[in-house]
Design a binder for this molecule. Sequence first.
Ligand SMILES: [Zn+2]
Length: 108
Amino acid sequence: MPDNTPAFPPVHVYALAHRCSTCGAEPGVPCDAPRKEADFDSLASIRARPGRPQTEWHPSQLIHARRQDVGARHRNRDVASAPPPEDREPGRRYDTLGDLRQAGPESS
Ligand SMILES: [Zn+2]
């Protein structure tokens, strides 16, 4: 029986938990990336033609590559230090985002 509860959040959640070194976006705040937003808008309008499925919003659209890298490295570290999948408790999360995930711009 497959365990549908992810032990680790997706990379973009990790990335968002870190400050962006490219644009300085605070943890939990999407990147200030007007060009990426414009790309997304034009992609969405292309997809919005009749008969095409609507483009889904995805937070990773607005995360700079370097922040994404930081998030991916953090996630890899968590995966490496967690028990192997067969030893994990179902439904338990093994990420170390804890504090970072809570850290909002107003927490300082
Ligand atoms: Zn950024």
